[in-house]
Write a protein that binds this ligand. Structure first.
Ligand code: FMN
Length: 358
């Protein structure tokens, strides 16, 4: 199957079918401690934060989604306008298609619609292994990106009949590309999360996007895409495979100071919880796609404004006037997320006791 057709199929199935993990991301197990006496003025709350040297207006990004076909080019244009309107970072989807066919580059066009936003380039590690440094440099610079995100998607590649399943030498290649490029290089999962062990092996990178279990399931997308009964059964078995998002944040924050929390982030409260757990920023994919897909521009703006308003109210209710204050706010982790982390040897008590006990 040609890549543009595959990209369109991902969109159709994500928009038309149930592709949500049944395992929760873990945000319901996280409680921010309410402050009945915030001692700040709501009007003074500042949601801006610095990420990779750029000031962004909220700790929120539009995660990697698409590019590589006419339809996905239109989606990228709408997403770019949204990122520009709210000064939040945005990633293009995997640039594999434009690497294979340079005429597809305009479908990844973000810069002309969002000249100042923090823009992430995106390529899979299986493709990175086969590309030269010059090819990677060209891929990044041709869209004017500020950061390269290399996606780690072993589950997706294993489930796709046309998947690239040779990941050998990936860590060495990440080290080489980090040395070759002058911009920050991070890794990102695609919905199966990243463990402490995996994060530790790539600690030389500039950041990590956990993209854990709890939101969109790529096994589910592949389940809907395939017509082969055996492959359907296999994809169904892996629907919920991986590290849940909150557990992945707690594990990876031990390794990385710059961490993007994603995978099932759905509300401004989830964004606030992510920051209190240590994330610099949270990423959202599928809801942004549905906000721009076939809907008027206003609805997408309404969605972003809702997220930011929920974040601001949460900050008010924990007495945090800035994102730095929010990072210092105590947060209690319970339920199955706590059990999971306890069994893995990660304590969450320090999270509940940090900051000034109010
Ligand atoms: C239609 C679709 C296409 C995606 N394509 C990519 C991609 O090209 N590169 C990538 O790193 N992640 C890709 N992702 C994964 C998302 O960036 C994100 O990690 C995942 O969907 C979990 O976030 P969510 O629960 O907010 O959707 C894609 C997700 C969807 C729904």
């Amino acid at each position: 199957m040609k890549i543009p057709q595959r990209k369109d199929e991902h969109i159709y199935h994500t928009m038309g079918s149930d592709v949500t993990c049944k395992t929760p991301a873990g945000f319901d197990d996280v409680t921010l401690v309410h402050s009945a006496l915030p001692e700040i003025s709501y009007a003074d709350i500042d949601t801006s934060v610095e990420l990779f040297g750029k000031r962004i207006d909220a700790p929120l990004m539009i995660s990697a989604l698409t590019g590589g076909s006419e339809l996905t080019g239109k989606i990228n244009k709408s997403l770019a306008k949204l990122a520009h309107a709210y000064n939040v970072p945005i990633s293009v989807g995997s640039q594999r298609a434009m690497h294979a066919e340079s005429s597809l580059r305009p479908t990844y066009e973000i810069r002309s619609y969002a000249p100042d936003v923090l823009l992430f380039s995106n390529v899979g590690i299986a493709q990175l292994i086969t590309m030269s440094d010059d090819e990677v440099e060209h891929m990044v610079s041709s869209i004017g990106a500020d950061v390269l995100a290399v996606h780690l998607n072993p589950l997706q590649e294993a489930l796709q009949p046309e998947g690239d399943t040779n990941f050998s030498g990936g860590i060495g290649r990440l080290r080489e590309i980090k040395d070759a490029l002058s911009i920050p290089v991070i890794v990102k999962e695609t919905g199966a999360g990243i463990s402490y062990e995996a994060a530790s092996r790539i600690s030389f990178l500039d950041g990590i996007d956990v993209a854990g279990v709890g939101g969109t399931s790529f096994a589910a997308v592949e389940y809907h895409r395939t017509t082969d009964e055996m492959r359907k059964n296999i994809a169904r078995s892996f629907w919920d495979w991986g590290v849940p998002t909150v557990a992945s944040i707690v594990e990876c924050i031990e390794v990385f100071d710059t961490l993007i929390a994603s995978g099932g982030v759905r509300t401004g409260i989830d964004i606030a919880k992510s920051v209190a757990l240590g994330a610099t920023c949270a990423g959202i994919a599928q809801p942004f796609l549905s906000a721009v897909y076939k809907r008027p521009h206003d609805e997408a703006r309404h969605y972003v404004e809702t997220l930011i308003e929920e974040l601001r109210i949460t900050m008010f209710l924990v007495g945090a006037a800035s994102i730095n204050d929010l990072r210092n706010a105590p947060v209690v982790v319970g339920g199955t997320t706590r059990d999971y982390l306890f069994e893995r040897g990660f304590s969450v008590e320090y999270l509940a006791r940090k900051g000034d006990i109010r």
